[in-house]
Design a protein around this ligand. Structure first.
Ligand SMILES: Nc1ncnc2c1ncn2[C@@H]1O[C@H](COP(=O)(O)OP(=O)(O)O)[C@@H](O)[C@H]1O
Ligand SMILES: [Mg+2]
Length: 362
């Protein structure tokens, strides 16, 4: 899929701007502070209804304005759609082809985009919560069932926690606990499946970016229980987990185990990436993760997502840069920011649409 037009009104530093993209490689060129990341953020917003930067959506509205509007036109194998997001001080309105949609889930994934941002480097040092957020976001875009089970689980978890705050009745608590079983079984199955898919691509992409074939990159899922074919066996295991933490839950008045506490780790040649890899290696691991996600999206949707690469090249040496550029499939639309065209000198000028963000663009 590709996006060919984005219109921004009162979005961060853009008062009123229309930007055209080609279906291949697009380079956003310009010095720091001109709004390159803001433009990628607006496309990410159209993809996920959220900012990749922070949770306060109002910050995207230009200073001293009441609302912001982002419009994008996307071309997919199903056709051409216009998507609009209007951000108000009190919330947001989503439109598909000029009709208001009530549910986020109807909107999310209409534009599928995979973003690499310098802040992704935090993935390894982030809390397990932030790591889960990344995976939950990606999986949610791919599986409506996953999104449904996750919100069902979180609702039941909230009820159990509220009950723990108000009572220590163990018999009643058990009914709340049992409500956590089924959505978790499905979520654990889907997380396992996703990680298995990741592991079919990670090593390949890491080695391609690195320019050799000597390394092995693995993603490991620290799951609360082992997956079993038999659902009853999984339920039994989950029950054991909750039985074993019962006293702790009652003492702390909160739920101390479950899929909301799981984590992921990455291992390069058997060594924990977070602990033992250099910044440069971590960057390549993140790129391998993003490209693997791109490939999984392709495998499921039979269509490549849009690739948004923010300041990737400034941190890579020239060998790794050209390895990365060569890796991008021809049919992927990419939108790449850079402050210096020399960073991507290996691209023939005719191959890329260069958008020069000098002062005149704004
Ligand atoms: N809500 C906002 N209203 C107006 N300008 C904003 C807003 N948020 C950020 N900016 C401006 O956007 C600019 C940064 O844009 P950014 O996309 O990060 O630049 P870069 O080209 O370096 O990626 C800054 O000048 C900042 O003041
Ligand atoms: Mg930037």
């Amino acid at each position: 899929m590709y996006i060919d037009n984005v219109k921004l009104k009162n979005f961060r530093n853009y008062k009123n701007q229309s930007i055209h993209f080609t279906s291949g490689m697009n380079i956003l060129l310009g010095p720091n502070g001109v709004g390159k990341t803001n433009l990628l953020e607006s496309i990410y917003l159209l993809s996920t209804t959220r900012s990749h930067r922070n949770d306060d959506e109002k910050e995207m509205i230009s200073f001293n304005e009441e609302f912001a509007a982002v419009e994008g036109t996307v071309n997919t194998k199903e056709g051409r759609d216009r998507l609009d997001i209007i951000l108000h001080k009190s919330g947001k309105t989503l439109l598909i082809n000029n009709a208001v949609v009530k549910r986020n889930s109807e909107f999310v994934g209409r534009i599928n985009a995979v973003l690499f941002s310098p802040s992704d480097m935090n993935l390894f040092d982030a809390s397990p919560k932030d790591r889960r957020k990344l995976i939950d976001m990606e999986m949610g875009k791919l599986s409506a069932k996953y999104m449904y089970n996750l919100s069902l689980y979180l609702k039941s978890l909230k009820q159990r926690n509220a009950f723990l705050k108000s009572s220590d009745d163990k018999v009643l608590l058990e009914t709340y606990t049992e409500m956590l079983y089924e959505p978790q079984i499905d979520i654990i199955r889907e997380r396992n499946q996703f990680i298995n898919s990741m592991n079919t691509y990670l090593t390949y992409f890491f080695n391609q970016i690195n320019g050799d074939d000597s390394h092995q990159l693995m993603m490991v899922y620290r799951s609360m229980i082992k997956e079993k074919k038999n659902e009853e066996e999984m339920k039994k295991q989950i029950k054991q987990v909750y039985d074993s933490i019962l006293e702790k839950d009652l003492a702390f008045k909160t739920t101390n185990n479950g899929i909301h506490r799981e984590d992921y780790e990455f291992y390069l040649d058997g060594k924990n990436v977070a602990k033992f890899c250099s910044q440069g290696q971590k960057r390549m691991v993140i790129l391998a993760i993003k490209l693997s996600i791109m490939q999984i999206i392709y495998q499921i949707k039979r269509e490549y997502p849009i690739l948004l690469l923010d300041d990737v090249f400034s941190e890579l040496d020239s060998n790794h840069r050209s390895c990365l550029l060569n890796l991008l499939p021809n049919s992927v639309q990419s939108i790449i920011t850079t402050t210096d065209l020399r960073e991507i000198y290996s691209i023939k000028k005719s191959d890329a649409n260069i958008l020069n963000f000098g002062k005149e663009v704004r």
